[in-house]
Ligand binder design. Structure first.
Ligand code: SLL
Length: 227
């Protein structure tokens, strides 16, 4: 197939674009249950891929496929235009596979990421968690991420530089509210701390193995010298 115009790649250039993905879930009020809600469904939730704040992402993202748990009818949901989101009701938490397809100018393969749908609050002291539950506060789990376009095609470069931007609007703490809550920061911090622990454990084990090997080498040397 002849290559499309402007499909030449620009060497040495990388352009990144920020985006946010995740979910917001609200417990269903048993006194105000929506009609048709299956009796075991306890939460309403929405999973989405969006720009940070008001930033548009649809000039580089063509469509997004969300793969829900198999307990859902038609678990594969393809969203062809923004807002790239799926709203559902349910009873359980599970991992959602999110596949991001880029506009044709990009000529890159789709990218897959995973989001764990969070329905219940876990972070905070007992009283806070209790309050969150009794007040049926929405539970949010959003992650900030960046898509990096390495050596973009000329067409993609033009598209990215003429629309949208990599600038991140000032953090929405609780004003507009859904993006970076202290809760999600705390849970991210927990994940990092856990990650550091695991890495330190690996380093410790590797050092022990190294010491053991050195001991063995020394022994063998000593034996060889004796002979
Ligand atoms: C669990 N790992 O076993 C999880 C799976 C699945 C949640 C949770 C389906 C709703 C429906 C629904 O909420 N699935 O359409 O019936 O806890």
């Amino acid at each position: 197939m002849p290559s499309a115009p402007n499909s030449k790649r620009i060497k040495g250039v990388s352009i990144y674009r920020p985006f946010v993905y995740g979910s917001i879930a609200t417990p269903v009020n048993p006194d105000k249950k929506p009609p048709n809600l299956p009796p075991d469904h306890t939460h309403q939730w929405t999973v989405s891929v969006r720009g940070v704040g008001e930033n548009d992402i649809s000039h580089f993202i063509k469509k997004v496929q969300f793969k829900l748990h198999d307990t859902y009818a038609n678990p594969l949901r393809m969203i062809e235009s923004p807002p790239f989101e799926v709203s559902e009701t349910g009873w359980g938490e599970f991992e959602i596979q999110i596949k991001i397809f880029f506009v044709p100018e990009c000529t890159e393969k789709a990218q897959t990421l995973f989001h764990f749908l969070k329905l219940h609050p876990y972070i905070g002291d007992k009283a806070e968690l209790e309050l969150s539950r009794t007040q049926r506060r929405p539970v949010q789990a959003f992650i900030y991420d960046e898509i990096i376009f390495n050596e973009p095609t000329e067409a993609m470069y033009d598209l990215l530089t003429s629309r949208g931007s990599a600038l991140i609007p000032p953090r929405a703490r609780n004003g507009r509210g859904w993006e970076f809550t202290e809760e999600s920061e705390a849970s991210e911090l927990d994940r990092l701390t856990e990650g550091i622990k695991v890495v330190q454990e690996h380093i410790k084990k590797a050092k022990e193995t190294l010491l053991e090997k050195e001991r063995q080498v020394a022994q063998i040397k000593a034996q060889l010298e004796k002979k």
